[in-house]
Design a protein around this ligand. Structure first.
Ligand code: PEP
Ligand code: MN
Length: 448
């Protein structure tokens, strides 16, 4: 199924709408040159993968899959390194093993990678010691160093971002096609910590139980079941920098409409979700399935308008609402939205992002997120959806496969003082591998 192509839409029609969170490029010609070069380069994904994801999201809506979407808050060009990519993949695979085993459901994996290079900021300028410079907007736009040169938006970065996304996706595809994600070999995903983690025994029990079930099912089937030998991995990023998205919006042979071929699943962030704004305008015209972040400040009418504008034909799998309320607000704000969306008959998939509503600053000025709040938001989400007769279809997480100390709490009970030890994020605090796995174990309990 595909979306009717709106007759008043083109990949660049967003330019006639108010576009927030866009950099001011000082050299308009250099920008046009970069965009036209980007427009000639091969795409990062294909339309049939995009369509396949849309049908799987439709099945997730029907309760057949649980969606695990996760990755860094922001990728950086410097972190386009094999061991970082592999560790992130490992933690996502370990989490999905836990979820498959515990939920008795298939898991749909969407990485927050291969293009998550642009960031919304709360202010256009950053001021330090009386000096104001343009804010860092992600490696796709400028560089984080606090110098005037680093902060100038550079259109060449659009090309660099495309290249690094291609390198990332190429490596992930190679690993998956080569059998790295084979459920028969969960030992491929071992990270050094597994032996001395407080969660090691729980995890190992699941691996053993799953191994036994696989062998049993294959004995019954009389042959290896190919479904277990490979998994799909889809990519996603926030569709924020519209010049980048526009340049990779293409028509393809034998399918109607326009596809954003820079990612399978773009989403609209909380700060750019206005009806009538450029981001909603851009997204309404593409065929991709897409997400929109839903915050406590959104009214029922706003959310219903988003459903109407982004999914006018009520196509299953097309629209995912990602609520990010905060553990202290979700109880007051989510039920009315779920009820209104259901009453209006909109078909959506609901995901919970338990990260962005739970960010606080430590007395030392580090951004962190208490693990208990993250858990609490996920737990409340399951309960609220069930009470409203709806279904939580999955989670959207910021995580890494590295041993960072960015969120407090978890099995090792990280304190504010521990954060200084291995705080690496330049933007939002991520779950480390152990907190991510613990969350997966808890999800199984909350869902049950
Ligand atoms: C994000 O996902 O990194 C983000 C900025 O989220 P939100 O738009 O929900 O604040
Ligand atoms: Mn973030």
């Amino acid at each position: 199924m595909s979306l009717e192509i709106p007759s008043d839409w083109l990949p660049d029609s967003w330019q006639r709408k108010p576009a927030t969170q866009q950099p001011n490029y000082p050299d308009a010609e250099a920008l046009q040159r970069a965009i036209s070069e980007l427009g000639q380069l091969p795409p990062l994904v294909t339309s049939w993968e995009v369509n396949a994801l849309k049908s799987q999201l439709a099945r997730a809506q029907a309760g057949e899959f649980f969606v695990l979407q996760g990755g860094d808050c922001a990728e950086s060009f410097a972190d386009c390194q094999p061991q970082l990519i592999v560790s992130r993949l490992k933690v996502l695979l370990q989490m999905s093993l836990v979820l498959v085993h515990g939920l008795r459901k298939r898991v749909l994996r969407i990485g927050r990678f291969a293009g998550q290079y642009a960031k919304p900021r709360s202010a256009d300028l950053e001021t330090k010691d009386g000096i104001s410079l343009p804010s860092y907007r992600g490696d796709l736009v400028n560089a984080p160093a606090f110098t005037p040169e680093a902060r100038i938006p550079d259109p060449q970065r659009l090309l660099e971002g495309h290249m690094r996304s291609a390198l990332t996706i190429n490596f992930v595809r190679g690993l998956i096609d080569g059998g790295f994600a084979d459920l028969h070999h969960p030992e491929y995903w071992d990270l050094d910590w597994v032996q001395h983690s407080p969660l090691a025994a729980d995890y190992q029990r699941m691996v053993d139980a799953l191994g036994d079930s696989l062998r049993f099912m294959e004995k019954l089937a009389g042959a290896p079941i190919s479904d277990f030998q490979r998994v799909d991995f889809y990519t996603s990023h926030e569709a924020l920098l519209l010049w980048y998205e526009q340049a990779q919006t293409r028509r393809v042979p034998r399918a109607p409409g326009w596809y954003n071929l820079s990612t399978h699943f773009p989403w609209i962030g909380m700060r750019t979700a206005e009806i009538g704004g450029a981001h909603v305008e851009y997204c309404r015209g593409i065929q991709n399935p897409m997400g929109v972040k839903v915050s406590p400040s959104m009214s029922v009418d706003w959310v219903l308008d988003l459903c109407r504008v982004l999914n006018p034909e009520n196509e299953p799998g097309r629209l995912t609402l990602i609520h990010r309320m905060g553990a202290d607000k979700i109880g007051d704000h989510l039920p009315r939205l779920i009820e209104a969306v259901a009453k209006a008959g909109h078909r959506v998939l609901w995901l919970c992002d338990p990260m962005h509503g739970n960010t606080i600053s430590t007395p030392n000025g580090l951004k962190t997120r208490p693990f208990e709040k993250i858990l609490s938001e996920v737990e409340q989400s399951f309960a609220i959806h069930a009470a409203c007769g709806a279904q939580l279809g999955g989670v959207h997480l910021e995580l890494t496969g590295e041993d960072v100390t960015e969120c407090t709490g978890g099995a090792r009970n990280l304190s504010n003082a521990d954060l200084e030890r291995a705080y690496r994020s330049t933007v939002d605090p991520r779950l480390n591998y152990e907190q991510a796995l613990e969350l997966a174990l808890k999800i199984v309990r909350f869902a049950g």
